[in-house]
Design a binder for this molecule. Sequence first.
Ligand SMILES: Nc1ncnc2c1ncn2[C@@H]1O[C@H](COP(=O)(O)OP(=O)(O)OP(=O)(O)O)[C@@H](O)[C@H]1O
Length: 328
Amino acid sequence: MNHSGMHHPGGTRYAPPVGYSAIEAYGLGKRYRRGWALQDVSFRLPAGRVCGLVGPNGAGKTTLMGLATNMIQPTTGALRVFDAAPGSREAILRTAFLSQEKPLFRRFTVAETLRLGRELNPRWDQGVAEGLVSAGQVPLSARIGTLSGGQRTRVAFSLAFGKRPDLLILDEPMSDLDPLVRRELMATLTAEAAQHGTTVLVSSHMLAELQHICDYLLVIANGGLRLAGEVNELRAAHAWFAAPGGGPSPALAPHRVVEFRGEEGRQGALVRLGGPIEYGGQAEHPTLEELLLAYLRSPDAPSLIAPGAQVGDIHDVIARDRNKTVTA
Ligand SMILES: Nc1ncnc2c1ncn2[C@@H]1O[C@H](COP(=O)(O)OP(=O)(O)OP(=O)(O)O)[C@@H](O)[C@H]1O
């Protein structure tokens, strides 16, 4: 697939070197006292993608983001950020994280908050950060504690963008934004990502919105990875079949049914294709939203990790690390 041919608003898409990963997870697991939050998760997120991270409440999304940003340590397996450990200086400098809590100092003014961002980040872009703040008419002299929830989110966004990260991780960034601001910030996000080749990992429950911004997808449920890969590749691997009786039919035989659907919206079966579509016209590929809903409703459907999203053996990484130390 020619990724550089994908259209994004805001200009030509930067094409990172082929095969270059922003994140690689190898048998990643995290166990809390109550049990496993994430188990045996392996995938790669190629650099330059805008990746949606989707899953029900408690699925393990925040846990995965915490592992990628070195906030928590894995119980099993390993994770690499640009082929480095998440706790390494390189990974930390290249990654920005906007957490659900959006921690900001309440007594700082907006200007002081941005100044702190500038002092802490060698790649800081003051123009980008100030532009985002002023687009929302948030006064630079206002104290953080006096801002509305949405205005605070905007300041947190501007800190994350101002850092000019290569990897931007956003944990449900939209929840307290009004629909117009959501649109504006999503457009900024896609434009920035397209212009600078930033890799974005964004968790959200707003499936329709993810559909507009994502070209890559990770779906987790019950701590396990259900889907991973390019959106187009995943959509192409599935189809809707009109099933008049709402039940199994011979036409479905080579395929694997993810779910039968009889109520609102589309009627029929959403299947994972196990062969060519035999009768043209009656089957079509699902939208991203339909695909996500089907997998969220059918947590027991077998998982699908697209070839491009698969990682090799963790021992290769260990060997690579060893070589790095030897040559350094
Ligand atoms: N610090 C912790 N101690 C114990 N259990 C935890 C801790 N953090 C998360 N968990 C548990 O791990 C599981 C995954 O939580 P996580 O926050 O990663 O889910 P999520 O997908 O981000 O959910 P949501 O969509 O609700 O934000 C949940 O069962 C949660 O209760």
